[in-house]
Design a protein around this ligand. Structure first.
Ligand SMILES: Nc1ncnc2c1ncn2[C@@H]1O[C@H](COP(=O)(O)OP(=O)(O)OP(=O)(O)O)[C@@H](O)[C@H]1O
Length: 249
């Protein structure tokens, strides 16, 4: 197994600019994090900043202050190298599938590897088979269900073989059988994984969890401990982090 891809945030913050009459808003407070584990789960309630952090790591949003580096590289300087090294699976995969037919879409991800056509086809089919969706190979991407799209997008990402895989709610739309195959594919991948998820079973299988609340990292450590604390807050058995001190809940 390859060593984890180091991700370093030094007081990195994200601010959404003012739009029309809506004031600028800090989505992620200045955050310092050193992530160097193979499987990391981002947990927390809706709208607390998990996707914002993933978007920062994927280079989809620039830090408004501070810095972010992935494998020692920064998006502002090294975008070309990072594009090949980092892959993101979006929660809404509608925009992630580009080609009209499933197999062609997965093959597109294999282009940079410059394989002969027949090898590309075989590899694309192997990726679909690994997720239990070989039957979708000839289908139009426009006809797929939400869960099927999620699986095809993951097959394409795996084919691209990024070193760091960012996944936003990868199991949310899936039935139990496909949820298990996606969880196994993510957790068993050669790539380092940072996954934002409400699937606490998936989070529990990671090596480390980071709990994000109110745009801040409020806890960071072993998944079992963080999940127990998060459950207690979500069920009203403990205050939300920061609530005792009057910070935003
Ligand atoms: N471009 C933007 N402009 C303004 N606000 C934004 C923008 N993007 C996200 N937000 C807000 O930032 C907050 C955090 O959103 P984010 O998507 O990071 O949450 P999340 O923890 O991933 O939530 P969920 O579990 O619901 O996916 C939310 O209140 C969201 O409305």
């Amino acid at each position: 197994m390859s060593s984890p891809v180091p991700v370093v945030l030094e007081r990195a913050a994200v601010t959404a600019p003012a739009v029309g009459g809506v004031a600028a808003r800090e989505l992620l407070s200045p955050t310092t994090l050193h992530l160097n584990d193979r499987r990391i789960a981002l947990i927390g309630a809706n709208g607390q900043g998990k996707t914002t952090l993933l978007r920062l790591l994927a280079g989809l949003v620039a830090p408004s202050s501070g810095s972010v580096s992935v494998a020692g590289l920064q998006w502002a300087r090294d975008a070309k190298a990072l594009r090949g090294a980092v892959g993101m699976l979006f929660a809404d995969t509608a925009a992630q599938l580009i080609m009209p037919v499933v197999q062609e879409d997965v093959e597109l991800s294999l282009r940079p590897r410059r394989l002969p056509r027949h090898e590309r086809r075989a590899e694309a089919l192997a990726q679909l088979r690994a997720l239990g969706i070989e039957r979708l190979a000839e289908r139009s991407v426009y006809e797929l269900s939400g869960g099927e799209r999620q699986l095809v997008a993951l097959a394409g990402l795996r084919a691209a073989a990024p070193r760091l895989l960012l996944a936003d709610e990868p199991t949310a739309a899936l039935d139990l059988v496909h949820r298990d195959s996606v969880a196994a594919a993510l957790l068993g991948s050669e790539a380092s994984l940072i996954v934002a998820t409400h699937d606490l079973e998936l989070a529990a299988e990671c090596e480390r969890a980071v709990w994000i609340h109110g745009g801040r990292v409020v806890a960071d450590g072993p998944p079992d401990e963080l999940i127990a604390a998060y459950r207690a807050s979500a069920r009203g058995l403990a205050p939300w982090p920061g609530a005792e001190t009057g910070a935003e809940a």
